[in-house]
Design a protein around this ligand. Structure first.
Ligand code: ATP
Length: 132
């Protein structure tokens, strides 16, 4: 099957650049699957796993929002953070999840609920990608 080049970049540097047959990402408008020779596209991404498929292999990345651009058989994902499963610190993600849940359960007025909600989504995404 034909491949496309996938490049994932964050402010800390490149996370991955390799050839895959299919990229499946969750855009804000819904799930999108990209195969070779896809039409040009720019889409904002949700906080979710991006699946990279090659033959029988599938690898997941925990991508924290950002934007996906597709053109000339290349998929570029620019995000605030993106981690491979082996780079995820599971204990750190569990702590972040508990912190966010505590904030969301508290009745204190100064809590920034949207910020806590996004922190919870990032932590759940990491735990999902790390398979925990
Ligand atoms: P925390 O509250 O633990 O910092 P966070 O969701 O606020 O979590 P981010 O702002 O999304 O963290 O990320 C900041 C940097 O830390 C990024 O480079 C990201 O890749 C990294 N990072 C955050 N959490 C983890 C984790 N559990 N494992 C590995 N890297 C992480």
């Amino acid at each position: 099957m034909k491949t496309l080049t996938v490049s994932v970049v964050t402010p800390s540097g490149p996370v991955l650049e390799d050839e895959y047959e299919m990229v499946v990402a969750r855009a804000e408008s819904g799930e999108i699957g990209i195969l070779a020779n896809h039409i040009p596209l720019v889409a904002p991404l949700s906080i979710a796993a991006v699946r990279l498929v090659r033959g029988n292999e599938e690898m997941k990345l925990a991508v924290n929002g950002g934007v996906m651009e597709v053109s000339s058989n290349k998929v570029t994902i620019l995000a605030q953070s993106a981690e491979k499963p082996e780079d995820i610190d599971v204990e750190r993600a569990r702590r972040a999840k508990e912190r966010a849940e505590r904030r969301l359960q508290s009745n204190e007025e100064h809590i920034d609920r949207l910020r806590a909600e996004l922190a919870l989504q990032r932590a759940l995404n990491r735990l999902n990608v790390a398979n925990r």
